[in-house]
Design a protein around this ligand. Structure first.
Ligand code: NDP
Length: 475
C-alpha cells in the first residue's frame, strides 16, 4: 500500500520536475528519478553482457590459458563453434551447490548471530552497533558492524583446516571455480529479483523507495534504499560486505595453494597479489563503520547492480590476477617485485589517508587537525524530502584540497600494482585496472552530479576551490 502511494508520488514529482525544467529540487538528491537514454542503454548493455563477460574471462582461463583473443580467433576461423566451448564448460554440480550453500549460510550465521566482540579488545577498531548516514527520507539506520570478526573467524577456520583438520583441500575453490560460478549467479539473480518484488509489495521504508517507471532501470539500480528482513538483516551491508569480500582473500589463498600443488612452489607474484589484495580486504573490514558513509551504502539503492555484482562480478573479476597466476606462474625479478610492492603500498596509503581525512573531518565536524593544521572547508546546506534543512561541510584542505576524489587516485594506483604483478604477457590480468578506471571515473561523475543537486550553489563554490577531480592539474 505504502509502496503504491510512493509510486504515485514519484509520478507527481516527475511531473513537477518537468514543469521546473532541468532544475533538480533539493530534497531529491538520491538516485535519479528519471532515466535518460544513455543510462538506459548502459543498463540494458550491462544486464545482457555482464554475465557473458564474466563467463568469457573465466572460460578463457579454463580452456585457453587465459588468452582473451584465442577463443575469438578460434570461433572466427571456424576451428570451434560456440557449442564446442559450451560443451567443454563444467556444469553445475551438487558438490558446488553444497559448498556454496554452506558458505552463504555460514556467513549469514556470522552476520546475524555473533554480536561484535572485536571492538572490546582491539584498540582503535570501531565495531558493534553503529549508525548510518541520513537517508533522503530522513531515516538513520542502525547496523551491527561485525565484519572483521566474520573475516577473522572464517580465516582461522580456513587455516585450521589447511594445517590440521584436512576436511577439504585448500584448492577446493579453484577446483570448483566454474560450478561455483553458476551457484553465485543463481544467488545473484534470486536476491535481485526478490529485492525488486519486495520494493513493490513490502518495502522496509516506503519513503526511501524510488520508482522511475522503467522496469529495467528499477531492476538494475534497485527500488529500495535499505531493504531489510527483520530489524538487522540489511541486504546492502550483507551482500556488499560478506559473501564476496570475505571470500576474496580465501579465493586468493586457494589459487596460491593450487600453484603449490601444480608447480611445487608459490611465486613471488602470487604472494604479492595475496598481500596487496589482503591489505585492501582487511582495510575494508577494519573500517566497516566508515564504509556505512560511502556511496554504496549512503546513496545506491539495492538492485541487480549491487545484488548480482556482489555475488558474481566482485569475487570472479576482482580475483583474476590470482587465477591468471595459476595458469602462468610468473616469478618476478627483485626490482620488478619491489616496484610493484612500493606502488601498491603508496596507492594504499593515499587511498586510506584520504578516506581517513574525510572520515575524521566529518566525525569531528571539522574540529580536528589535518596535516597539523585546522582543516579548511566550505559550509553547505541541503534538504531531505520532508523539507527538513541539514547543514554539512566540504573539506578543501589535506588530500581533499589536491583533488575532489584523491581517494580514487590511490585506489587506482593500488589496482595497477595488482595487475603489474602479473607481468606483461597477457591482457587478462589488466582487466582490473581498466575496469576500475571506468568504474571510478563514472562514479566520480555520478557522485558530483548528485552532490550538485544536493548542495546546489554551495557545490559550485566547492568545485571552484578544488578544481580537479582525480589528478591535480590534469583531470
Ligand atoms: P567518497 O568516500 O569519496 O564519498 C563521496 C562522498 O563524500 C560525497 O558524495 C559527499 O557526500 C562526500 N564528500 C565529497 N567531497 C567531500 C569533501 N571535500 N569533504 C567532505 N565530504 C565530501 O566515495 P565512495 O564512497 O565512492 O568511495 C569510498 C572509497 O571506496 C574510495 O576510496 C573508493 O576508491 C573505494 N571504492 C572501491 C570500489 C571497489 O570496487 N574496489 C568501489 C567503490 C569505491 P555527502 O553527501 O555526505 O556530502
Amino acid at each position: 500500500m505504502a509502496a503504491h502511494q510512493e509510486k504515485k508520488l514519484a509520478e507527481e514529482r516527475k511531473h513537477q520536475n518537468m514543469q521546473n525544467g532541468t532544475k533538480a529540487s533539493q530534497g531529491q538528491w538520491g538516485r535519479a528519478w528519471e532515466v535518460d537514454w544513455f543510462s538506459l542503454a548502459s543498463i540494458l548493455f550491462l544486464l545482457m553482457f555482464a554475465p557473458l563477460i564474466v563467463y568469457y574471462f573465466i572460460m578463457s582461463c579454463d580452456q585457453y590459458q587465459c588468452s582473451l583473443t584465442d577463443p575469438l580467433l578460434d570461433l572466427l576461423a571456424g576451428n570451434k563453434h560456440l557449442s564446442d566451448i559450451w560443451n567443454r564448460t563444467p556444469t553445475l554440480t551438487s558438490r558446488a551447490a553444497g559448498i556454496y550453500s554452506l558458505w552463504v549460510i555460514f556467513q549469514v550465521f556470522l552476520y546475524m548471530s555473533i554480536p561484535d566482540f572485536c571492538h572490546k579488545f582491539l584498540p582503535g577498531y570501531v565495531g558493534g552497533i553503529q549508525e548510518g548516514a541520513v537517508t533522503p527520507a530522513g531515516v538513520v539506520n542502525k547496523y551491527e558492524i561485525n565484519g572483521l570478526q566474520a573475516w577473522i573467524i572464517t580465516h582461522v577456520l580456513w587455516f585450521a583446516n589447511a594445517s590440521w583438520f584436512h576436511f577439504f583441500s585448500p584448492t577446493i575453490i579453484f577446483d570448483n571455480w566454474i560450478p561455483l560460478l553458476w551457484c553465485a549467479n543463481i544467488l545473484g539473480y534470486a536476491v535481485s529479483t526478490f529485492a525488486m518484488i519486495k520494493g513493490h509489495f513490502f518495502p522496509t521504508n516506503a519513503k526511501d523507495c524510488k520508482f522511475t517507471g522503467n522496469f529495467f532501470y528499477d531492476y538494475m539500480m534497485g527500488i529500495e534504499f535499505n531493504p531489510r528482513i527483520g530489524k538487522w538483516f540489511d541486504f546492502k551491508l550483507f551482500f556488499n560486505g560478506r559473501p564476496g569480500i570475505v571470500a576474496w582473500t580465501l579465493i586468493n589463498l586457494s589459487f596460491a595453494a593450487k600453484q603449490q600443488e601444480l608447480y611445487g612452489e608459490v611465486t613471488n607474484s602470487m604472494i604479492l597479489v595475496n598481500i596487496l589484495q589482503g591489505i585492501y580486504v582487511l582495510d575494508f573490514f577494519w573500517n566497516e563503520a566508515w564504509y556505512l558513509k560511502t556511496i554504496d551504502i549512503c546513496h545506491d539503492h539495492f538492485g541487480w547492480y549491487l545484488g548480482w555484482g556482489d555475488c558474481v562480478w566482485l569475487p570472479y573479476l576482482y580475483t583474476l590476477q590470482g587465477l591468471y597466476l595459476v595458469y602462468h606462474p610468473v616469478q618476478l625479478c627483485t626490482t620488478h617485485a619491489v616496484g610493484v610492492l612500493m606502488l601498491g603500498l603508496l596507492g594504499y596509503y593515499i587511498f586510506r589517508m584520504t578516506n581517513h581525512q574525510k572520515d575524521l573531518f566529518r566525525r569531528t565536524n571539522g574540529n580536528c587537525r589535518i596535516w597539523g593544521k585546522k582543516p579548511e572547508y566550505i559550509e553547505c546546506s541541503y534538504m531531505s524530502v520532508d523539507g527538513t534543512k541539514y547543514y554539512s561541510k566540504l573539506m578543501t584542505s589535506g588530500f581533499w584540497g589536491w583533488a575532489r576524489h584523491f581517494n580514487y587516485t590511490g585506489d587506482l594506483m593500488g589496482s595497477l600494482a595488482y595487475c603489474l604483478a602479473c607481468g606483461f604477457e597477457h591482457i587478462l590480468p589488466y582487466f582490473y585496472i581498466i575496469y576500475m578506471t571506468i568504474l571510478l571515473t563514472h562514479r566520480c561523475i555520478r557522485d558530483e552530479h548528485r552532490c550538485c543537486s544536493k548542495y546546489g550553489k554551495d557545490w559550485k563554490r566547492y568545485t571552484a576551490a578544488v578544481p580537479y577531480r582525480l589528478l591535480p592539474g590534469i583531470f
